[in-house]
Design a binder for this molecule. Sequence first.
Ligand SMILES: Cc1cc2nc3c(=O)[nH]c(=O)nc-3n(C[C@H](O)[C@H](O)[C@H](O)COP(=O)(O)O)c2cc1C
Length: 183
Amino acid sequence: MEIIRILALSGSLREASYNSAAIEAMQVLAPDNIEIDICSIGNLPLFNPDREGERIPSLDKLVQALKNSDGLIIASPEYAHGVSGPMKNALDWLVSGVEFPYKLIMLINTSPRASHAQESLREILKTMSGIVVEKASVSIPLLSSELGVSGIVKNIEMSITLMAGLNEFCAEIERQKLNKRVN
Ligand SMILES: Cc1cc2nc3c(=O)[nH]c(=O)nc-3n(C[C@H](O)[C@H](O)[C@H](O)COP(=O)(O)O)c2cc1C
């Protein structure tokens, strides 16, 4: 059984973050052949192009995790109609690297009313040559739900939505791997 390795990032630094809870719930729900590695972006310094090439442990860890992954899951909130600062900061650090281009990406939106940030995030990811897998990207209405990880896992509709997205995502990852093998 081939293992599929996925890196998951939350764009929220909040302790009780719905976005972090959603990716943690996916970690719990995922079958054994899908490893979801959650990497924190909260310790990254503010992006400064002058520091590119410097040894920054939190960045090295993120880059290594991205390099080892077959795909990337992003769950990120909207603040003032924009992408969260921590997520934009993390993406800016990854712009110049070789690890990001052509990476398959699944987006999770935990607040279906938050369309501006999702649209902007898609534009950023496209500009960075990432590939958003639309049929794998899902919305779950977590805002104001008071649900944490176990609440999401126990919520049948939400866990089905998350797992259906993950299945589509992994099918696309398998297709990409097969394409690389035959071409
Ligand atoms: C300062 C601030 C600005 C926000 N702006 C928006 C917004 O423009 N649109 C929106 O849909 N939600 C907005 N929200 C709501 C957050 O997106 C929401 O609380 C989300 O759950 C935060 O993500 P988290 O639960 O993962 O921390 C805002 C929240 C804060 C604290």
